[in-house]
Design a protein around this ligand. Structure first.
Ligand code: ASP
Length: 321
């Protein structure tokens, strides 16, 4: 009896000591300090800090990883600097079509939406799909109708437009060399005090995409995945290559089947996609609190914050993992 009490106490202490925390990304792309300038650099850093703080505040209070990733991603959806929510990219036809997904590593429940034109927070809608329908993914008009039925106030498509994205759209339209480009997609992965993992991703998609195009972000197992037994992953990059390499699930599978550590699994899964072509990166977190943030672009906006004191925000090829 006394021995089992001691064991229980030890288990509780060990549990209490496990780190909790989260990592975020604000997209991988051709970004360098010279290209974006000091003002934008400061603003991106502040945007990442804000997203980390939003998620961390929830984890600190004992909240769920699922709530933390949603809060972190919502914070970046509301920030016009990022390609998600306000500030999302513009399709070749001049409209915004947003994709998002969220996944709970404890239950393997997931929700996702694609081609959203009138819902402020696509990640919030993805969560509702997960929790209030028997489905995983809703797209286009059906997803909008579900949002309205849930009481979400529709916004005009121009709600997402920013002068910066409009300028980029006009430039791409005038250019004959334009090709789909990645930039500023957002995502978060979190580990809470209970040992649960979660992941979320939100994006306007590639610059200059065709209307109707769906990227990797809302596809479960591709741009977004979480499983308590392995890891939580959120990807950014040229979605078509990530789809063909099924990147996020590949990270998890390498851990499950090969016993690979998180960083090796993530690097190998990312490399498998990049070998096909394209560019990008990912953030991943495991149940022991290891984090990794590999990418092959000049920059990836990224950061993490953990209860054991590890914290970082980095934009370019420097610094963080
Ligand atoms: N992965 C996103 C997509 O293909 C784009 C990005 O990460 O910037 O839609």
């Amino acid at each position: 009896m006394f021995r089992s009490l001691l064991l229980l106490l030890a288990a509780l202490c060990a549990h209490g000591a496990a780190p909790f925390g989260l990592a975020v990304h604000g997209g991988a792309g051709n970004v360098t300090a010279a290209r974006i300038g000091p003002e934008a650099e400061k603003a991106y850093r502040a945007g990442l800090e804000k997203a980390l703080a939003a998620g961390y505040a929830i984890l600190e209070k004992g909240g769920a990883a699922l709530d933390a990733v949603e809060a972190a991603v919502r914070s970046m959806e509301e920030n016009p600097l990022f390609n998600a929510g306000v500030g999302a990219t513009i399709t070749r036809d001049g409209t915004h079509e947003l994709d998002a997904a969220i996944m709970d590593g404890r239950t393997l429940k997931a929700g996702s939406v694609a081609g959203i034109q009138h819902v402020k927070s696509p990640v919030g809608l993805a969560r509702l799909v997960m929790e209030r329908t028997p489905h995983v993914m809703l797209i286009g008009e059906g997803a909008e109708a579900f949002a309205r039925a849930q009481g979400l106030e529709p916004v005009p498509n121009t709600y997402f437009r920013t002068p910066r994205q409009w300028e980029t759209f006009l430039k791409l339209k005038a250019s004959e060399k334009a090709r789909p480009t990645t930039k500023d997609t957002v995502g978060a992965v979190a580990l809470d005090r209970h040992g649960d993992l979660a992941s979320a991703t939100s994006t306007g998609g590639m610059l200059d995409k065709l209307p109707g195009r769906v990227g990797d972000a809302p596809l479960i197992g591709v741009g977004t995945y979480a499983d308590n037994r392995t890891c939580a992953v959120s990807c950014t990059g040229w979605g078509e290559f990530f789809i063909r390499a099924v990147v996020a699930y590949d990270v998890s599978a390498r851990m499950a089947y090969q016993g690979a550590p998180l960083d090796k699994a993530a690097r190998a899964a990312l490399d498998a996609a990049l070998k096909l072509g394209g560019e990008g990166g990912l953030i991943a977190l495991d149940a022991a609190g290891h984090v990794t943030q590999p990418f092959n672009t000049p920059g990836m906006f990224r950061g993490f914050r953990f209860s054991d004191g590890r914290a970082s925000v980095a934009l370019f090829g420097e610094g963080a993992l």
